[in-house]
Design a binder for this molecule. Structure first.
Ligand code: 13P
Ligand code: SF4
Length: 400
């Protein structure tokens, strides 16, 4: 490849050695210590060995390499929720992921088990875009407008336990990016039909408007005209009664601050610059971006799709950078680039680092539980109803 650095920065190619045209200024040569302090790595290993079967470490695919190394299981949100539920013999579950995932693990495990989040500041900006008071307020307005009777809530895993409980109380289901299609189909089969004059069954999709829209339009073949966006900061969500009556999908105005930054221009640039490239993106990306992609799926699906591709396949990947970098290293016989050079890591996922993991493990080893995630029992009860509904979706075993 050319080493001309005068042109604007193109795509960030990953994992296949240094390409000076794309990776200008990213190299860090010289006699420097490794990224993870070897003494800390040894402490993590020793603590984990001493704890043995008493601890089970779950790692989301967006975690740093230094953390993933210590995960007993890695996965997407759905796989990790199931893995947590399947470990009744581990008294301690250390969740290397973000807060909503650890809450779900707490809900799905027994009272005798404790879920630990090594850094409590590991939240999710999308989950924070829906507060329970706003959601209750929205529902009340839908009730007053006579819309709620025909509406089933479908809530993305990326939400607080309180919103999952709201979903359980109102006969809805949780979904993840790997089962959103099944969840939506189920919800429409449950939603009332015709109770509102001229109306049809509706879904209130929380809190990611993009996953809701993409699943409706791409997977269920629905029309974009049937989607409206509920803005929690405006009366009646900023919508008219007529708009609400006609809608099939009421999408909460939330999004992922990482995936929302991938652009159509980046996809077009990739197609121009890399002949035969395949574009694979997460469904949290905006609809225009998803429309242009060759493949769309959860983190687990992205990994499996690339793993199954023949050597020499060229990819640009639109999801979190830790995962894409790891894919570049794991599949050196494929060419893997990051879709958008201006997109950064998920800063909250990155809060979990090796020092925090070592602190959590060594504390457990000395009999002290740090950062336990405990969901209030009443909230947990109804949140479990919605999570169990997801786990019982038709034909639901883990899918991509
Ligand atoms: P997955 O369920 O696909 O792992 O996604 C979780 C997430 O937070 C993506 O931003
Ligand atoms: Fe939340 Fe986006 Fe980070 Fe996923 S990538 S945890 S949706 S902020």
């Amino acid at each position: 490849m050319s080493t001309d650095t005068s042109r604007p920065l193109p795509l960030l190619a990953l994992g296949a050695g240094t390409d000076l045209r794309t990776e200008r200024g990213v190299e860090c040569p010289g006699d420097l210590p490794p990224a993870s302090d070897p003494a800390l790595v040894a402490r993590a290993r020793a603590a984990k060995e001493r704890l043995g079967d008493k601890v089970f470490v779950l790692g989301h695919h967006y975690q740093r390499d230094e953390v993933i190394e210590f995960a007993d299981v890695t996965g997407d949100s759905f796989k990790l929720a199931k893995e947590a539920a399947a470990r009744p013999d581990s008294p301690w579950i250390v969740f290397c992921g973000v807060h909503f995932m650890a809450e779900s693990a707490d809900i799905l495990t027994s009272d005798a088990q404790t879920v630990i989040l090594p850094d409590l500041a590991a939240g999710c900006s999308m989950a924070d875009m829906a507060a329970i008071a706003q959601v209750e307020d929205c529902w009340e307005q839908l009730e007053e407008a006579g819309i709620a009777a025909d509406t089933i809530p479908v809530t993305y895993m990326n939400s607080s336990a309180a919103i999952k409980a709201f979903t359980g109380r109102h006969g809805g289901t949780i979904c993840t990016s790997s089962n959103a299609k099944t969840a939506l189909s189920w919800a429409f089969s449950q939603a009332g039909d015709g109770q509102v004059e001229g109306g049809t069954g509706k879904v209130l999709f929380l809190p990611d408007q993009h996953l809701g829209r993409n699943t409706w339009a791409r997977d269920l073949g629905g029309s974009l005209e049937d989607c409206v966006v509920w803005d929690p900061h405006r009366p009646m969500g900023g919508l008219t009664l007529e708009q609400l009556r006609e809608a099939r999908m009421i999408l909460w105005r939330g999004h992922c601050s990482v995936h929302g930054r991938f652009t159509v221009e980046a996809v077009e640039q990739a197609r121009r610059e890399i002949p035969g490239v395949k574009v694979i993106v997460h469904p949290e990306c905006r609809h225009e971006v998803v429309e242009l992609a060759d493949e769309v799926g959860s983190t687990e699906k992205i990994i499996k799709t690339i793993a199954a591709a023949p050597a020499g396949t060229r990819w640009v990947v639109g999801t979190e950078l830790n995962l894409v970098q790891r894919l570049g290293e794991q599949f050196p016989d494929q060419q893997i680039a990051f879709l958008e050079k201006n997109v950064c890591y998920c800063s909250t996922m990155n809060r979990i680092d090796l020092p925090h993991l070592v602190w959590a493990l060594e504390s457990l080893d000395s009999g002290r539980v740090v950062n336990p995630i405990v969901v209030d029992e009443q909230v947990a009860h109804y949140a479990r109803v919605a999570l169990d509904q997801m786990l019982a979706l038709p034909g639901e075993t883990h899918r991509d």
